[in-house]
Design a protein around this ligand. Structure first.
Ligand SMILES: CC(=O)N[C@H]1[C@H]([C@H](O)[C@H](O)CO)O[C@](OP(=O)(O)OC[C@H]2O[C@@H](n3ccc(N)nc3=O)[C@H](O)[C@@H]2O)(C(=O)O)C[C@@H]1O
Ligand SMILES: CO[C@@H]1[C@H](O)[C@@H](O)[C@H](O[C@H]2[C@H](O)[C@@H](NC(C)=O)[C@H](OCc3ccccc3)O[C@@H]2CO)O[C@@H]1CO
Length: 351
């Protein structure tokens, strides 16, 4: 029987009858259509739920609405002062007109003389490159495991301000976390021993002071005075290759806001283990003050069912390591969820 007589419409594969090939091709289309539908539903669901992750569009800058984060900050923090400087300034410590109400880490009460010496050898300005921006797009990069295999590096590098935390590495992780670092928040125990490897030449190293010893440490490093090794819960660097012009001291006001307004923590605590916000939550609070648009990535701890999962994207370390930290990660998760729900921040990873 000829191929035409057998009903074949395509004589390129003589073995299959045409209706069978038609069926296969139809079911392929059905499968593709179903996949496209599932993808469309996923994208729609992701965009419609502010608290889930969403897809950043590569190559496109996020639309930025001037003053948006400020409006959101007022919603979250209530009546709070926008006048507060981001970094502590020398002029405020020559003669203290209005002394701080709290001691470290929520204020500078009792540390004024030490601070005067530290601020005399460091700077306090917000760089012109940030200051001059009409709309500041910021991303706070947490150290969470959720950044692993996220491929967010390129998207992160596009923000005007990239805030990183502690000694989180970028070298070797660029594809997932990017390589741009505008600011890095740290305290002596979390300072990277070799900051030049991880940071850019113009990265601001923003010290978060928790105790008077933290000021002693930075002074002894920058003025090359005798190092004091006691009083730290972990050995900080004794030699630290940084330019003093890059160092800033974070205004403890942000710690107070994060503790009081986001976590409802008492500022004065008589306990041995004092509860305090994580550096990441502090950085989000700072970003809401400094920026117009705030996105976050790499936030969120494993739940009780995944206790063995690593908490960091760059090392294997579990939640167990945080037992003495004085952080309440469940409370922080609720605070972040609230911020996501009202649209104060957007999440590039999942939460
Ligand atoms: C053992 C210990 O003390 N760990 C603390 C470490 C440690 O001191 C530094 O890593 C040292 O370089 O620092 C902390 O934090 P850490 O350096 O782990 O992480 C920085 C911030 O990222 C957010 N994060 C991290 C992991 C994760 N799975 N989910 C997250 O949301 C948090 O907001 C976190 O603040 C800190 O400073 O807050 C909090 C941790 O408790
Ligand atoms: C933002 O906080 C930083 C980090 O995330 C915390 O883990 C860390 O907590 C340390 C805590 O500050 C230390 N407390 C004192 C008073 O120094 C604590 O020291 C040991 C300890 C344990 C139990 C009771 C009293 C003291 O060690 C914690 C880390 O395990 O603080 C960081 C800011 O410095």
């Amino acid at each position: 029987m000829s191929r035409v007589a057998r009903g074949s419409r395509d004589d390129s594969s003589p073995q299959e009858p045409w209706h069978l090939r038609n069926m296969i091709s139809k079911s392929r289309w059905k499968l593709l259509a179903t996949l496209a539908l599932v993808l469309a539903v996923m994208v729609w669901y992701s965009i419609s739920r502010e608290d889930s992750f969403y897809f950043p569009i590569p190559g496109k800058k996020e639309p930025c609405l001037q003053g948006e984060a400020e409006r959101m900050a007022s919603k979250l923090f209530g009546n709070y002062s926008r006048e507060q400087p981001v970094f502590l300034q020398l002029k405020d410590y020559f003669w203290v007109k209005t002394p701080s109400a709290y001691e470290l880490p929520y204020g500078t009460k009792g540390s004024e003389d030490l601070l005067l010496r530290v601020l005399a050898i460091t700077s306090y300005s917000v760089p012109e490159s940030i200051q001059s921006l009409k709309c500041r797009r910021c991303v706070v990069v947490g150290n969470g495991h959720r950044l692993r295999n996220s491929s967010l590096g390129e998207a992160i590098n596009k923000y005007d301000v990239v805030i990183r935390l502690n000694s989180a590495p970028v070298a070797g992780y660029e594809h997932d976390v990017g390589s741009k670092t505008t600011m890095r928040l740290f305290y002596p125990e979390s300072a990277h021993f070799n900051p030049k490897v991880e940071d850019n030449p113009d990265t601001l190293l923003v010290m978060v002071a928790f105790k008077a010893m933290d000021f002693h440490w930075i002074e002894s490093i920058l003025s090359d005075k005798k190092r004091v090794q006691k009083g730290f819960w972990k050995q900080p660097p004794l030699i630290w290759d940084v330019n003093p012009k890059q160092i800033r001291i974070l205004n403890p006001f942000f710690m107070e806001i994060a503790a009081d307004k986001l976590l409802s923590l008492p500022i004065q605590q008589p306990y041995k283990i004092k509860q305090k916000p994580t550096t990441g939550l502090l950085a989000i609070t700072l970003a809401l003050h400094l920026c117009d648009l705030v996105h976050i990535a790499g936030f969120g701890y494993p739940d009780a069912h995944h206790k063995r999962q690593s908490i960091h994207y760059y090392e294997y370390i579990t939640l167990k390591s945080m037992v003495w930290s004085g952080h309440n990660v469940s409370q922080e998760a609720l605070a972040i969820k609230r911020m996501l729900e009202i649209g104060a921040v957007k999440n590039l990873t999942y939460f």
